[in-house]
Write a protein that binds this ligand. Structure first.
Ligand code: F6P
Length: 354
C-alpha cells in the first residue's frame, strides 16, 4: 500500500514515537509511507509531502515535537479545501491515511472518511479529552511536568507561607489539572467541568492556611470561577478556539485571593512547557502500540476508526463516537482531593490540647 501520515493540532511529546511506529509497521508490510507536513496544510494547494525513509525516522523515538510539523489548519471549513485534500491524496495514489491528532484533527478525519477515503486516527492531546480512550498520547508526560512543578512549588510556598496558584492547560476538560494536581499534592483543583465560586475558593484556602500556612491551588486555563472576570481573547483559530492563555484566570485568581485574605499569593503559568520535551516511557509505548495498530487497521480495512486504549487493550472506535464531544473528568477524583483536607481527629485534638 501507499500510506500517508500527518500530525495536526497542538503538538505534544510522543508524536515522533507514533510516526516511527507507523513507518516501521508500514515497512514490515512492504508499504511506502508519505509524511504530510504541518497537519492538513500539507494537503492543500500543491501539497507538501515527502516519502519517509530510514534517514528521517532514525533516532526520533525520544524526541518531543513532531518531525512533520503541525498546524491548526481546518480544511473542513470549505468544500474547495476538502477537494484539495482529496486531490493531493489521489495525486500521490495514497491508499490510506493515518491522522495523529485531538478532537479537531479527528473531526476532519471523520469528514474525509465519510467521503469514502480510508482514514485511521490516533488520539493525542495533553488535554486527554478524546472520548472512549483512557489515554491520549502526550497526557502522561504532561502530568509528570505538572507534578514536578508542584513538587518544586511546594518547597518555596512553604518557605514563604504563600498561596501558589498554578495555571495548567486544559480547554474544556480538567484531566491535566486533576491528575497532575492529585499526583503533585494540590490542596484545591479547579476545572472547567465543575462550577466554582471565588467565595468557595477563598473559604477553602483560608481553612487550609489555618492548618498549614501555605497552599497550592491548581487551575485549568479553561475554568470559570464565579466572581472572577477573566479577559476573553478576540482572536480565534480555524476551529473557533480562543487562545486561553491570554484569559489570565491564574493571575486573576491569585490577585483575588491576596486581596480577600491578606496573604501573599503568586502565580505560575506552566503554558507550553507542558507540551515540550521528551515523552515518558508510558507515552512512548502507547504511541508505538497505537501507531503500529493504525497501520494494521488500514490493512484489515477497519477504517473510519480511531485507535483507543481501553484498559490494557488497543481497540478501534468509530469516528462518529468520538467527535463532537469531550471526555470529562470522573467526579470521583474530587473525593481523592477532599480527603487530604481532613486531618485525623485524635491528631487535631492532641495538637489542640498541647
Ligand atoms: O489542545 C491542547 C492545548 O494544549 C490546550 O490545552 C490549549 O488551550 C491549546 O492547546 C493552546 O494551543 P496553541 O497555543 O498551540 O494554540
Amino acid at each position: 500500500m501507499r500510506l500517508g501520515v500527518l500530525t495536526g493540532g497542538g503538538d505534544c511529546p510522543g508524536l515522533n514515537a507514533a510516526i516511527r511506529a507507523i513507518a516501521h509497521r508500514a515497512w514490515m508490510f512492504g508499504d511506502q509511507l508519505y509524511g504530510f507536513r504541518e497537519g492538513w496544510a500539507g494537503l492543500l494547494g500543491d501539497g507538501n509531502a515527502s516519502l519517509l525513509g530510514q534517514e528521517e525516522i532514525a533516532g526520533i523515538l525520544h524526541l518531543g515535537g513532531t518531525i512533520l510539523g503541525s498546524s491548526r489548519t481546518n480544511p473542513a471549513r470549505s468544500e474547495s479545501e476538502m477537494r484539495q485534500v482529496e486531490e493531493n491524496l489521489r495525486r500521490r495514489d495514497i491508499d490510506g491515511l493515518v491522522t495523529i491528532g485531538g478532537d479537531d484533527t479527528l473531526s476532519v478525519s471523520a469528514r474525509l472518511s465519510a467521503r469514502g477515503f480510508a482514514v485511521v486516527g490516533v488520539p493525542k492531546t495533553i488535554d486527554n479529552d478524546v472520548p472512549h480512550t483512557d489515554y491520549c498520547i502526550g497526557f502522561d508526560t504532561a502530568t509528570d511536568i505538572v507534578g514536578e512543578a508542584l513538587d518544586r512549588l511546594h518547597t518555596t510556598a512553604e518557605s514563604h507561607r504563600r498561596v501558589m496558584v498554578v495555571e495548567v492547560m486544559g480547554r474544556d476538560a480538567g484531566w491535566l489539572a486533576m491528575v497532575g494536581g492529585v499526583g503533585g499534592g494540590a490542596d484545591l483543583i479547579i476545572i472547567p467541568e465543575e462550577r466554582s465560586t471565588l467565595d468557595g475558593v477563598v473559604h477553602h484556602v483560608q481553612h487550609r492556611m489555618e492548618s498549614r500556612q501555605f497552599s497550592i491551588v491548581v487551575v485549568a486555563e479553561g475554568a470559570q470561577v464565579e466572581g472572577i472576570e477573566s479577559t476573553t481573547s478576540s482572536s480565534v483559530d480555524q476551529f473557533g478556539h480562543a487562545l486561553l492563555a491570554t484569559r489570565g484566570i491564574g493571575t486573576r485568581l491569585a490577585e483575588a485571593i491576596e486581596s480577600r485574605l491578606g496573604v501573599e499569593a503568586r502565580v505560575t503559568v506552566l503554558g507550553h512547557v507542558q507540551r515540550g520535551g521528551s515523552p515518558s516511557m508510558f507515552d512512548r509505548v502507547l504511541a508505538t502500540r497505537m501507531g503500529a495498530t493504525a497501520v494494521d487497521y488500514l490493512h484489515e480495512g477497519r477504517v473510519g476508526v480511531m485507535t483507543a486504549i481501553q484498559g490494557l487493550e488497543i481497540v478501534p472506535v468509530a469516528f462518529a463516537d468520538v467527535t463532537g464531544h469531550n471526555r470529562t473528568v470522573d467526579r470521583r477524583f474530587f473525593r481523592l482531593v477532599e480527603q487530604f483536607n481532613t486531618v485525623e481527629e485524635s491528631a487535631a485534638s492532641h495538637s489542640h490540647h498541647t
